[in-house]
Write a protein that binds this ligand. Sequence first.
Ligand code: ASP
Ligand code: MG
Length: 464
Amino acid sequence: MRLVIKYGGATISAGRDIQKVARHLGELSKKNQIVVVCSATNKTTDELLEISEYIRREDKKKAEQLAMKIIKRHKQIARQTIKKPDVHKKLLARLDEDFAELLAIIDGMVLLGEVTSRTMDYLVSFGERLSVKLVSAAISDSGRRSSPLTGKEVGIVTDSNFGESKPLMDTTRLRVSKTVDALFLKKTVPVVGGFAGADQHGHVTTFGRGGSDYSATIIGSCIKADEIWLMSDVDGLMTADPKIVKNAKLLNEVSYLEAIEMALFGVKQIHPRTFEPLLTKRIPIKIRSSVNTKNEGTLVSASSVRDTVKCVSSVRDNGLVDVRGGSMVGTPGTAAKIFATLAKAGINVMMISQNPSESSITIVVKNVDLDKAVGSLEMELLGKIIKKIEVTTNVAIIALIGSGMRGTVGVASRVFGAVEKKKVNVSMITQGSSELNLAFIVKNSDMNSAVRALHDEFALDEIN
Ligand code: ASP
Ligand code: MG
């Protein structure tokens, strides 16, 4: 089989874990052609972003200190991981080149005194540049040929939308398949850095946080992979957060569309565009654990069993903004103005609802974005199209996901009946017309009991 296997940061951040990954890959590569895709090691991307903050504040010392911390950590992981002295030496030489470049970039950015989205992408792409070298060296150490490559080197070409780029698939397909085929011919396992590619001018671009999943499916679609595996420290997609529901179950199978909904809300965060390259190619994805390799995980494919409800997801710590009055009723463009204002302030809106009388629009954003959201609406629109803004903090979103809800009568009544029995108040409800996802808002403090009640109501512990 042709496989693309992607490892999340948590699975490749300690010597012993990387060795385990290398052994597993060694086993698998006897019978399969494998492209490995890696995230950055734990915390590295966050720290690179923090470095950019220090640069912005012209604090060169702090920026360099943090860079040194990253450098030290990677050297330590290298020491823990690699046994053969020659492999270790070669790895250190390769890492040293990156370390020198990293410090030079920081220097340059400080000198210029500006952080642009382009320099930022270049800076944050270093996490994956380092991690692929560790993993590739570990594979070599275990006796198989392997080459580390960045997203740019493997041939991922994107638009120039730095920080949130999209692949140009036709060019990418040609380049990636050529690079990978050449390595396969030489019986070499390519280990590719996720998250980043380069635009047509060769400037490094990234896909946004969590983008390594997306890299894996882009590459999978280019090389016509038979399967794509996303390896992490969880066993797969679950019927609920096991920290909330003790008898939460691993889901054996979900559809792409269900997985997209779950990716936005679930415990296992997946980049929202991950499934895009597969919708036409229909390549199955498995979400698996890098530790429990015997466990098949969750299969995500074009079709799947149509259970009414497959999972109850929940996200706490959000805020509800209720916007009322003024000339909202019957005025086209009101919603556009509200959302344009929020977008300009860089706020991600998680849920929206408007009643048919058009007298109010309710919006859910993260608690941390709440001040900025309300501030920008007050400044730009209050007293004009808006009369009143009401805010509720500390609310939770609960979402039921399952393609079988479509056209099934009585789901909503079961949902709200079960919640009512727990005396939980529901303050907002949305359902997309696809009926894949029914979401509502409760108080943070009511979240756990509502999730448990729904898990019981739909007998999710007996799913599969
Ligand atoms: N390293 C990047 C991030 O932390 C990409 C990824 O992990 O998928 O967002
Ligand atoms: Mg990740």
